[in-house]
Design a binder for this molecule. Sequence first.
Ligand SMILES: O=C(O)CCC(=O)C(=O)O
Length: 301
Amino acid sequence: MTMRLLQGPLSSNGFTLEDSPDRLGWLVPSDPTGSIEVLWEQYKSQGYLWLKGLLDREAVLAFRRFYFTAFQSTGLLKPGTDPVEGIYSNGEVDQIAAHKIAVEAVRWPEFEQFCLSEPIVKFYEAFFGGDIYLHKRKIIRHTKPADPNCTGGHYDLIYLRAGTDRLCSSWIPLGDTPVEMGGLIYLEGSDALGRKLEAEFSAKNGNLSPEERISAYNQNMKTGWISEDLPSLAHMVNGRWLMADYEAGDMVIHSPYTIHASTVNHDPRNRLRLSTDIRFQRLDDKIDPRWINDWSPDDKL
Ligand SMILES: O=C(O)CCC(=O)C(=O)O
């Protein structure tokens, strides 16, 4: 892949990422049509797979259009612009209406169809070697330009520890998402660190009630995030945050122990970042019962 200069510093929750080759790098793309054995090897060694062009670009953009069209009456989008562009209005948004649509969106049959579209299902059936299960709790996020609040550094098992750890998260950019738009970044080689942290948390959580023990917000974890201070996390492991210029049609999968986060959307065209994150596992593995319902803002996960 071609390296390029960033258009400005990357920041997340008030912390600026160090722009040095020791601290910042690029995700390695994978060919989704490659052999499953090779993809498994890559997944095990990297903790993620950036599956270039797995999905039909037009289908992804059609869903982006469908999603933002639903928000048109809320003031979220710049008047007179095509919803597929997702250009933020910078104006007043009817928060109550927008919230209602966001809650409905994760329940739309069109969203479920998108998540279970053929390329995704076929990929996971081959990857898991059998019948698969899509967690009902599915998330769609839109991120406004310049919003300083980002996803802090975490690994997903913190929220999913009442089921199997043989699961994969899919992060799907719903539209082109160059680095400047604040897509997901990954702490290189962090699957091993996630496993170590989880073992430490399990030991600490041993004396808590069963309900508390699996909670991401118990006394030993507080927020579920390991840290908002992404530069310090990179220093701690003497490693790099890996970023990518995602395109509509890409899907990244990551292990439940791989540490990831997001950065501020600094898109020069003022586009909203739109993405979904959904989780798959083998049908016959244990399913975390807290994830069998649609996402809702108060589901405490
Ligand atoms: O999109 C984001 O900001 C966070 C997504 C995430 O944490 C995930 O895919 O597991």
